[in-house]
Design a binder for this molecule. Sequence first.
Ligand SMILES: Cc1cc2nc3c(=O)[nH]c(=O)nc-3n(C[C@H](O)[C@H](O)[C@H](O)COP(=O)(O)OP(=O)(O)OC[C@H]3O[C@@H](n4cnc5c(N)ncnc54)[C@H](O)[C@@H]3O)c2cc1C
Length: 433
Amino acid sequence: MRRERRELSNWGHYPTTKAEISYPSSVEEAREEVLRHERLIARGNGRCYGDAALAPNVLSMLYLNRVRHFDAQQGIVEAEAGVLLSDLLDLIVPAGWFFHVTPGTRFITVGGAIACDVHGKNHPQKGCFSNWLLDFDLLRADGTMVRCSRQENSDLFWQTCGGMGWTGVILSARFQLMRISSVFLRQRTIKAPHLNALLEAFEAHRSWPYAVAWVDGLARSKQQGRGVLLLAEHLEGTTPETLAFPKRRALDMPFYAPHALLNPATIWAYNQLYFARARNGERPIDLEQCFYPLDRIRNWNRLYGRRGFVQYQFGLPEGQCQAGFRQVFELLHQSGEAPFLCVVKRHGDRPPEAVHSFPERGYSLALDFPRTRTLPALIARLDDLVWRLGGKIYLAKDACSAPQMGRIRPETFASDRFWSLLRERIQQKKANT
Ligand SMILES: Cc1cc2nc3c(=O)[nH]c(=O)nc-3n(C[C@H](O)[C@H](O)[C@H](O)COP(=O)(O)OP(=O)(O)OC[C@H]3O[C@@H](n4cnc5c(N)ncnc54)[C@H](O)[C@@H]3O)c2cc1C
């Protein structure tokens, strides 16, 4: 089995840790590793932003990457946990299928999609990835493999969805796809001059299946929270189309930009330009343009320089969003920190059994901050504010927030917690020898 020891980080390049990474290519090899270590976490493609998937011992799932079965009639995929969504697209789109739920990058693994219970731009209609998940096999700390579904081991099923790898190692999964007859969508752009107009536009267009907004995180006074709402819906293919996932040649960011590149002045200028260039109207776009615009620049995270960046994504309950977002923008202005990308999404209800899923009825705001020395102080103040407003943060993006901010209660893992069990097992073995 391939093993390496190196400095490891996720998409935000912060924090970093020295880790021993093993790459099992069979269930047996994965089991061997689980039984060998006291502290181990499964890892997909490292597309989470913060400190998840980092530990002294990391089990990379990238070599467990076989598609076991694709039922092109029913639209059901069975795949090992290390299969990337990008690889599945080449298989499923030509057969007239797409994902019900996909995040803003296709370079994530099936295991990562389950462990973070990812959401897309259609949460009110389609929920999270777990909504379309039929079952998965989980490798537990004692080396046993358990089938989990809504019917079988259902507690473990729900604790694992959004459980950030804390219940064990997801080995493979089966999930349901969505029918499409075209690779094109209709996109409508709506410019909103301030936060109230933006949230009103979201509410007025609830019937659109996809909605996401870019927000100018630096706009002040009457323009505070101005943004551009992007709505989309799938088009029906009128003539029999040969379907293929559209791919353009990706641009590359070949080196780390100087840290000073993204500063309040350049971010302010970028925001002015983006808002001025946006036009109300409609146009056809394809699957890649709609769902994965950031994937078109490989290594775009290097734009933030070697110090990296922190994405702070938090959700607020409905009713708290307008006032809450205003308070957050005020806090940003006072702090002097400038978020580069700011994205708003609307979320629907969280099913009560999905105990660890991030989205809850209301809105979330994601803010990308270049990492500065003073950023942790701002994050602490944001945590405090979000907590008081009854909100929570998305653990897939968390780098330095207070532990309770995900509102995942450790007691829900009870004695099932993977790490505790690993440690107990090793200690017992030591005591017996
Ligand atoms: C550009 C970009 C856009 C994004 N947009 C969105 C978005 O719109 N919505 C959204 O929800 N997320 C979004 N994300 C976050 C990303 O989708 C999630 O963090 C996803 O889980 C990453 O998958 P991964 O395979 O890279 O997992 P990793 O980042 O490697 O791991 C993520 C977590 O999953 C656990 N894990 C991974 N594999 C397994 C396994 N086999 N068994 C058990 N645990 C496992 C890890 O321990 C870790 O806790 C985005 C990320 C990027 C970079």
